[in-house]
Ligand binder design. Structure first.
Ligand code: ADP
Ligand code: MG
Length: 354
């Protein structure tokens, strides 16, 4: 595991300058969406929103806090920066069509390094049919900052919020949970080994799925399409970025209700399950508190139970209760425990999940 910035063809940023760099990074853009009237190049982009609602979300990624250049390939940083934003749009039951990307870079980065980040950005935009329509470029004294803003759209009556779950609704989650956290633990372990002895090769074999979940998450826009196809409008929705417990508590707090989930219904990949055990971690704890899975957590009316079973890759894990019942999990040995959020929090001390 080498530091990614070393062994590059080193073109200093000063050679291109700000405008040269912007031009270099954006010269090959081809517009994909009809809503994109004007993209990069003017003082502002122009978007045609028609009669739809536009949803807007932004995320700021800071080197050393949200990503670690010791083990994250630059391309993946770019890909993930876009993917996580698209996931926020999916969580509104909307489809993303434009992104804006702002970067602050120190002089220790080369043009090639920034271009590699943009390769990842463009790969994710290509895969999900999104246009890069603008951004900002500036320098930083130290470290890399990436801010992504995403614009998405949905028919007005299709937007789904966190605050509209109702008593007796079923709680559903897509895909599986906890793998991204396990991937992070593997990368952290190998980083420590590498720092002690730079000649060792990382032991990453057999961990592909978990590493991919951590390094290259995919927004579940496929689930948005499938829900529409099966005519299911979730009653509430959120994406799982900070761990299942934290997200369920958001839905319950904002919807003014309680819930119960069942530990044995939480979907966990079998290899991740055994790897977590090997690391001495209770697998459901990784799902509840790990974060960065970027799956969708949503509630549906009980009447939609038959329909939801038609969609593969969705687990029904519990149901919504009244507020006074609180938020609890029934464990595998039939205990009821109160759910608490110990998920990822950038301001928490002793945080292992960064
Ligand atoms: P202004 O001075 O009006 O802020 P800039 O020179 O910063 O304009 O940007 C010129 C154009 O390039 C704008 O369309 C802007 O959105 C786009 N742009 C600037 N930086 C980036 C970037 N890092 N990624 C994508 N587009 C960018
Ligand atoms: Mg600018």
């Amino acid at each position: 595991m080498d530091n990614i910035l070393e062994n590059k063809t080193n073109t200093p940023l000063s050679e291109l300058g700000e405008f040269g760099l912007i031009d270099y990074l954006t010269k090959n853009i081809k517009i994909k969406n009809k809503s994109t009237v004007l993209a990069v190049g003017d003082d502002a982009a122009i978007i045609d929103v028609k009669k739809r609602y536009q949803v807007v979300s932004t995320d700021l990624l800071v080197e050393g806090i949200h990503f670690d250049l010791h083990y994250t390939p630059l391309k993946h940083i770019g890909y993930k920066a876009i993917a996580t934003n698209l996931s926020d749009v999916a969580a509104m039951n909307a489809k993303p069509e434009q992104v804006l990307v702002s970067i602050a870079v120190s002089s220790r980065f080369t043009v090639e390094a920034i271009a590699e980040i943009y390769e990842g950005i463009y790969a994710c935009c290509e895969r999900y049919n999104v246009d890069l329509v603008g951004g900002d470029t500036t320098s930083s004294l130290s470290g890399l900052f990436i801010s992504v803003t995403v614009l998405g759209y949905a028919d007005k009556e299709k937007i789904v919020k966190r605050s509209t779950a109702k008593e007796n609704d079923l709680i559903c989650v897509s895909g599986d949970l906890g793998s991204a956290y396990m991937g992070l633990l593997i990368l952290e372990r190998e980083k420590q080994v590498f720092l002690k002895n730079p000649d060792t090769q990382p032991e990453l074999e057999g961990f592909d799925y978990m590493l991919e979940r951590q390094l290259k998450p995919e927004p579940r826009l496929d689930i948005i399409d499938l829900l529409a196809k099966h005519e299911i409008l979730p009653t509430s929705m959120i994406d799982v970025s900070d761990g299942l417990a934290s997200e369920i508590l958001h839905i319950c707090k904002d919807s003014n209700c309680g819930c119960v989930i069942y530990e044995d219904k939480i979907p966990i990949d079998t290899t991740a399950y055994s790897t977590l055990l090997e690391f001495g971690i209770v697998p459901s704890t990784a799902a509840l508190n790990g974060g960065e899975d970027y799956e969708l957590l949503f509630t549906i009316k009980q009447d939609d139970y038959e329909k939801i079973q038609q969609i593969p890759d969705i687990s029904v894990i519990g149901y919504i209760k009244d507020k006074n019942s609180g938020c609890s999990m029934i464990t595998q040995d039939d205990q009821s425990i109160e759910l608490s959020a110990q998920g990822w929090d950038a301001y928490k001390k002793n945080n292992t999940n960064i």
